[in-house]
Design a protein around this ligand. Structure first.
Ligand code: OSB
Ligand code: MG
Length: 366
């Protein structure tokens, strides 16, 4: 693959209802859609999943734009890329900035799959024809949260993740559990606890959650190991795992029993697959997280989630969960809680230029 041009589309969309976690609040979602075209005229799409402010990780839409424009795009334009796996080598002197790297890498994976006449799922080694769909319920009042659960249950979702923090945890989970005794339920704390809260977190054991996601800070894999040794509920790490090396250390320390893989957070699909393979070897199930992203990124998520060790339903919900109108066609739809893995070439969805234009602030061609 020889890259001819890369087009960055900066868009802003309003999500259907504001989304709140313990550390961040999203109403307007800014994204950079990355359109990669090679010398043969094959086009692929990626997406920067960073937010406008660095509440989830240190990257922002602005830092990612800078990295893409000044460093990553010039680097890939210089090279002939035989396989997207080689991008890790091409990017080796650029530290972190994983979401910027993943966006460009994702577009190149899409080009690569199309040129191989494969779906992205098959290009990655995916084996599933459908994936199970889960949904996330942001922080609001307990009654609104249980109402949303009822609604999403009717939609057929297979797993329910509620956001918690020390301000709203035990009572919330107790009420949900009483109302929905068999619900596949988990909680995501987005780092809102510390070691002082061990007794409080142990109280959650009685509600048989599938797992607790990221209770402690992102650099606290030692404390997570201490917690996991005292907790029956499996810990799932999200923010703590930004590379396969992180996953190896967390597994070795016993910091978690499950890992949430987000291609953006770990620097792309190649690294996602490495983490998947490592976890499989160690009997650690993985699932694919979400970033309130457009259908482009969701399509990448569906493809990676078709690998065999993605054995727990992730945060891949229907387009209609957040969007009035998605960038991709057809819209992503969970039917009976399942999303079909597309069989078309590349990401398997059509990117609708007229919809991009509607939400676009700027377009820059490199
Ligand atoms: O912690 O998994 C998270 C959204 C934005 C940033 C971080 C997280 C989330 C979610 C929602 O939990 C995922 C989604 O529905 O796309
Ligand atoms: Mg999370």
């Amino acid at each position: 693959i020889k890259i001819k041009k890369v087009t960055l589309h900066h868009i802003t969309q309003t999500i259907k209802e504001p989304f709140t976690s313990s550390i961040g609040h999203v109403t307007e979602r800014d994204s950079i859609l990355v359109e990669v075209t090679d010398l043969d005229g094959v086009t692929g799409w990626g997406e920067v999943v960073a937010f406008s402010t660095p509440w989830y990780t240190e990257e922002t839409i602005t830092t990612a734009f800078h990295l893409l424009k000044d460093l990553l795009i010039p680097l890939v334009k210089k090279e002939t890329i035989n396989h997207p796996n080689h991008l890790q080598h091409i990017f080796k002197n650029i530290k972190r900035n994983n979401m910027a790297k993943a966006a460009l890498e994702g577009g190149i994976w899409d080009v690569f799959a199309r040129k191989q006449e494969l779906s992205l799922s098959h290009a990655l080694g995916g084996v599933k024809t459908e994936i199970e769909s889960g949904v996330v319920i942001g922080i609001s009042t307990i009654s609104k949260m249980t109402e949303q659960i009822s609604q999403y249950l009717d939609n057929g979702y297979k797993r329910f993740k509620v956001k918690i923090s020390p301000k709203q945890d035990i009572e919330l989970i107790k009420i949900i559990r009483n109302q929905f005794p068999d619900l596949p339920l988990m909680a995501d704390a987005n780092s809102s606890y510390s070691l002082n809260d061990i007794d409080r977190l142990k109280e959650l054991d009685q509600y048989h959650l599938m797992m607790i996601e990221q209770p402690f800070a992102s650099d606290d894999i030692i404390d997570h190991a201490k917690l996991q040794h005292e907790l029956n509920t499996p810990i799932c790490l999200d923010e703590s795992i930004v590379s396969c090396e992180d996953a190896r250390k967390a597994i070795e320390l016993g910091s978690c029993k499950v890992i949430n893989i987000k291609p953006g957070r770990v620097g792309g699909l190649t690294e996602s697959k490495k983490i998947h393979d490592l976890c499989q070897k160690h009997n650690i199930p993985v699932w694919c997280g979400g970033m309130i992203e457009t259908g482009i990124s969701r399509a990448h998520n569906i493809a990676i989630a078709s690998l065999s060790n993605f054995s727990i339903p992730g945060d891949i919900s229907s387009s209609s969960r957040y969007w009035e109108e998605d960038i991709v066609y057809p819209e992503i739809k969970a039917v009976d809680g399942k999303i079909a893995v597309p069989t078309g070439l590349g990401i398997g969805f059509e990117v609708q230029n007229d919809v991009i234009v509607k939400y676009r602030n700027s377009v820059t061609v490199f």
